[in-house]
Design a protein around this ligand. Structure first.
Ligand code: DAH
Length: 384
């Protein structure tokens, strides 16, 4: 056995014998490190004659490769053993009782969204969604709110920086970081991205997706954003949109649907609605809907007609909007409505400060939250 063979056997045995990553690294440094035995051998190549180098070169390189491979394999084996040991050490007994850990609760907003889905499913409505990062066209233009429309200013929109001039990028692309907030050129760009100010753009998306030739019945609950903050406004809030597109739809269908919805939601038959003529760019005619309340010990309780509370906006979908959605307005009509979910939750479950909804205070959640298995059903009373 030559010296090299002997060295190989010794090193491979040392690699195999190392019982941990530290020991293995000591072997590695001893062989392949700057002062290592193999490194020293490699250095001798320079002083050899070409003939000798031709013979010794491949042998020394072969030794180096064999030791390197053995170290890598041993390292992988040690890593695996280490992981197995950790998995065995850190096992979790999933059968342990959860007592004392403190179960979470369902946020009232989630609860109300579930209630809405349940009530409207019973009326044949599907749940639709749209992106929270929306483009200007879907959020405004397609909803008959052109660039110069004052309603845009009323929405206190969070815009993303404008796309760079040279870019041909359209809607759906990620916003760039240059450009100025609110610059006039950017305001005229209908591919400009923004945080949707209402759930109404889902109307357009639902119509586009349906292809212009099928009836639609959807609700679209979700997050919406406006630069506004006080006791009754938070920069992020929740709305639900409703849209029906079909042939021969009238204001009567709208009124019946809203009445049925609100009676089921507030779980009372004595709900009185008042439709007040109003204006929204995307509906014509438009109506704001108030529900009557009665005063019980000085507190407002939904039902009766001692006073009125505005709960939603609605109307017959404007021709221009039906057209923007790819439908022929001479054939198809529809109604739409939009409603603040947080406000519905406050009215039904009696909270009076909207900001507490989003503070994440565990005491508030314990008090106002719902048990996770409390799934709303119509038969059980939706909020049961
Ligand atoms: N998008 C309106 C808002 O955020 C609410 C609204 C009003 C939605 C009337 C509608 C509607 O669909 O028909 O203020």
């Amino acid at each position: 056995m030559t010296d090299l063979d002997q060295m190989r056997d010794n090193l491979l045995a040392a690699v195999e014998a190392s019982g941990g990553l530290d020991a293995l690294d000591t072997v590695r440094v001893g062989a392949l490190g700057k002062q290592g035995s193999i490194t020293a051998l490699l250095k001798t190549l320079g002083a050899m004659s070409p003939e000798q180098r031709l013979v010794e070169g491949p042998r020394i390189q072969g030794l180096r490769e064999a030791v390197t491979t053995a170290i890598a394999e041993r390292k992988a084996a040690l890593d695996r053993a280490d992981l197995d040991a950790r998995l065995a050490r850190e096992t979790l007994d999933m059968t342990l009782p959860a007592d004392g850990i403190g179960a979470g609760s369902v946020h009232p907003v989630s609860q109300v969204m579930d209630e809405l889905a349940e009530i409207f499913a019973d009326l044949g409505f599907a749940v639709a969604t749209g992106p929270e990062i929306e483009d200007d066209w879907h959020n405004f233009t397609a909803l008959n709110i052109p660039e110069t429309h004052p309603a845009r200013a009323m929405h206190d929109t969070f815009y993303f920086p404008a796309q760079p001039e040279a870019s041909t990028a359209g809607a759906g692309q990620s916003p760039s970081s240059d450009g100025e907030l609110g610059s006039p050129r950017a305001a005229l760009d209908s591919s400009r991205m923004l945080l949707r100010t209402h759930t109404s753009p889902v109307q357009i998306r639902a119509m586009k997706a349906a292809g212009g030739d099928k009836p639609i019945r959807i609700i679209a609950p979700g997050r919406t954003y406006r630069s506004d903050s006080d006791a009754t406004h938070t920069p992020m809030f929740h709305q639900v949109e409703g849209l029906v597109i079909d042939k021969g739809i009238t204001l009567g269908h709208l009124k019946w649907t809203l009445e049925t919805f609100l009676k089921a939601f507030f779980e009372r038959d004595d709900i009185v609605l008042r439709l007040r003529p109003s204006y929204f760019p995307f509906t014509e005619p438009s109506a704001e809907v108030d529900v009557g309340f009665s005063l019980v010990n000085g507190k407002r309780v939904i039902g009766g007609s001692d006073g009125w509370m505005e709960v939603l906006g609605s109307g017959m979908v404007h021709r221009t909007v039906i057209e923007a959605g790819g439908y022929d307005p001479d054939e198809w009509q529809g109604f739409a409505f939009g409603c603040g979910i947080d406000r519905l939750a406050m009215l039904k479950y009696g909270m009076d400060d909207l900001r507490a909804f989003f503070d994440g205070d565990i005491r508030w959640l314990k008090h106002y939250g719902f048990a996770a298995l409390d799934v709303p059903t119509l038969s059980g009373g939706v909020g049961a």
